[in-house]
Design a protein around this ligand. Structure first.
Ligand SMILES: Cc1ncc(COP(=O)(O)O)c(C=O)c1O
Length: 436
């Protein structure tokens, strides 16, 4: 039995008439009977076309850090729109947002873009221009957006396309990607100190950058082993490689200063999106003065008609202001800890081997084993089918995490203690429904 009600089913049929597979991003297609159509969201909830209410832990794949339709953000956007929304000149709001990011994340310079993909793409170009080198390292199970260069060994890959460990024999994660692009990409297992060091020592003369999600935000929030990011920092300094933190998911979520603050490591470049604008399309590339100033009119291109557009920037200004003035992350963390502990206890009670991974604002569930996975290949050895079954039971009962266990549970400021209690009751019922 699918999760669509009658109205949703009918509307989805219509969506498929005009939109390939009825969705505007492949990640949203869960099958013909399990793809929802959402009518609206408010606070920690969303409602589907049949009026069914869900406590939302997908939050649009993570951006909604405050809550859906958060009044301060909506009002700031509405106000700003009365003044017009795109001018091809810098606006005061852009300066305000850049200043906030600089202060919160301890970065020297900021350029605004619209999406995470745009931010990571430009970060790669900056790193290449800065070093005059072309290859880069990324890690299996990470996702850095839809650009061809990054679509190798992502979290969507299955084991067959990864090749043997360290072989670099990765197949692209999509048709339509020129096969020679893989010559620029080195995919390493996350948390493998030896392979990181060996690869850098062998390849450094060609290495422009290391791209890393500091924790695996696209693979159950697997954490870095102690010292892994520090080792990377040391090797990047030694060999003149640009260290890029892709903080599209962690930025303004795991701490006000993102993963740089949380792990106490400053990267050379950082990409932000998602939580930065509470769900409005706005993103940023930020970093150290010397690397960011590689951007040069006439020689090193970064641009975009809508970069710094008023809607996105007004949303970012309001969101960052709330983050700076209210205990957003602290509140989320307190509720997240209760949720993680409760889930852990329910799974233990049900006799399901598991680890609750990650941090309270974005955590994952690894089922089928009781050792924390340290990389993507280990994650794939868990019981993804069991996760899938439990998540569908949750969704039927009105709690909505992603059905794919790689996607973390995201929490927002609007989530209440009552929501957490209700989630735990429903989690208990869902697990019992699956194991009984
Ligand atoms: C870590 C990371 N980088 C980049 C992106 C791409 O961002 P966008 O979907 O805004 O293009 C994502 C999207 O989920 C992401 O998780």
């Amino acid at each position: 039995m699918g999760i669509q009600g009658d109205k949703t089913k009918a509307l989805f049929r219509k969506a498929k008439q005009f939109i390939p597979h009825g969705v505007n991003s492949n990640f949203r297609y869960w099958g013909d009977d399990d793809t929802l159509i959402i009518s609206h969201g408010e606070g920690s909830y969303v409602w589907d076309e049949d009026g069914k209410k869900y406590i939302d832990y997908r939050l649009g794949f993570g951006p909604v850090i405050l809550g859906h339709a958060y009044p301060e953000v909506i009002e700031r956007v509405q106000e700003s729109l009365k003044m017009g929304n795109v001018f091809a000149w810098t606006t005061p709001l852009e300066i305000s947002v850049a200043e906030r990011i600089s202060r919160m994340c301890k970065v020297d310079k900021v350029r605004l873009t619209n999406t995470g993909t745009e931010a990571t793409f430009h970060a790669l170009r900056i790193a290449r221009a800065h070093t005059s080198r072309e290859k880069f390292i990324k890690f299996e199970g990470q996702y850095h957006g839809m650009i061809d260069y990054f679509m190798f060994g992502t979290a969507s890959a299955n084991e067959d396309t990864l090749g043997s460990l360290g072989s670099g024999n990765t197949a692209p994660n999509s048709l339509g990607i020129p096969k020679d692009i893989k010559n620029y990409v080195i995919n390493l297992p996350f948390n493998n100190f030896e392979m990181l060091e060996e690869t850098i020592e062998r390849e450094w003369e060609d290495l422009a950058a290391i791209f890393i999600e500091p924790m695996l935000g696209n693979c159950a929030s697997i954490m870095p082993k102690p010292g892994f990011l520090e080792k990377m920092r040391e090797l990047c300094d030694k060999y003149g490689i640009v260290m890029v933190f892709d903080e599209v998911k962690t930025g303004f979520r795991i701490a006000n200063g993102g993963a740089q603050e949380y792990f106490g490591i400053q990267a050379d470049l950082v990409t932000y999106a998602k939580a930065m604008g509470n769900g409005f399309p706005v993103a940023a590339i930020a970093g150290k003065e010397d690397v960011m100033m590689t951007i040069q009119p006439g020689s090193m291109a970064h641009g975009g008609t809508y970069s710094g557009n008023v809607v996105g920037v007004a949303a970012a200004d309001a969101t960052l202001e709330v983050l700076e003035t209210q205990p957003v992350i602290e509140t989320i963390n307190n509720r997240g800890k209760v949720l993680m502990k409760g889930i852990d206890e329910i799974l233990t009670e049900a006799g399901i081997p598991h680890v609750v991974t990650g941090v309270p604002s974005m955590f994952g569930l690894f089922l089928g084993k009781d050792q924390e996975p340290y990389d993507f290949r280990e994650y794939l050895k868990g019981d993804g089918d069991l996760y899938d079954e439990i998540s569908m039971e949750l969704i039927r009962r009105g709690v909505q995490p992603d059905a794919d266990g790689r996607e973390p549970w995201f929490l927002c400021y609007a989530l209440s203690d009552d929501d957490v209690n209700e989630t735990l009751n429903i989690f208990n019922d869902s697990v019992n429904a699956v194991v009984s």
